[in-house]
Design a protein around this ligand. Structure first.
Ligand code: IMP
Length: 180
């Protein structure tokens, strides 16, 4: 397993592209089964989820869908600020749509908690969440428990496959965990 240095921290390779592809495929299969005959609207949470979303939507089988984007921010460095900012608001009408929010990682669940409330307030018929990574031990909002999860982890900080460290390293094809 490779290690890399980023801003004075050492990160160890954890999920390799082959494993990520398997994780994405099992999420895609479940969504394909659950949304057969429906026309879901995928809401990709920028910036981090763009890599997962690009892989996931192409792995779906027979799902006619639309894809749109929202950009929020709650993180600086390695910890959450607790305040969600809508940097790029939703461009698409979600009223009467089956919405699937696509996230890179669910940590405290604050982002998803607020986004779900936002989508419901806009009249979505249903709102579910698919995330590449989930830290169940850190969840503080029960309604933010994701419906579809690629891979679980404990409370480590991770980077790569869309996940950044102060804006950098999103382009790493593997997921890396910080070494304590
Ligand atoms: P939450 O609102 O606490 O669930 O945090 C969700 C957001 O925090 C994610 O969309 C990420 O942008 C960021 N985040 C949480 N954990 C990590 C991590 O381990 N690495 C990089 N970003 C993270």
């Amino acid at each position: 397993m490779k290690t890399i240095e980023e801003q004075g921290y050492t990160f160890q390779e954890w999920l390799l592209p082959e494993q990520i592809a398997k994780d994405v495929a099992q999420v895609a299969d479940k969504i394909s089964a659950d949304y057969a005959g429906k026309e879901p609207l995928f809401v990709v949470v920028l910036n981090g989820a763009f890599v997962f979303a690009a892989d996931l939507i192409r792995a779906l089988k027979g799902v006619r869908c639309e894809v749109t984007f929202i950009r929020v921010s709650s993180y600086f460095g390695m910890s959450t600020t607790g305040q969600l900012q809508f940097i790029v608001p939703l461009q698409q009408v979600v009223e009467n749509r089956d919405v699937v929010i696509l996230e890179d990682i669910v940590d405290t669940g604050l982002t998803i908690h607020q986004l779900k409330a936002h989508m419901r307030g806009l009249g979505a018929s249903s709102v579910r969440v698919a995330t590449m990574l989930f830290k169940p031990g850190k969840l503080e909002y029960e309604d933010a428990k994701p419906d579809y999860v690629g891979h679980e982890l404990t409370d480590e900080f991770v980077i790569g496959y869309g996940l950044d460290f102060d804006g950098f390293v999103r382009n790493l094809p593997s997921v890396y965990k910080v070494k304590k």
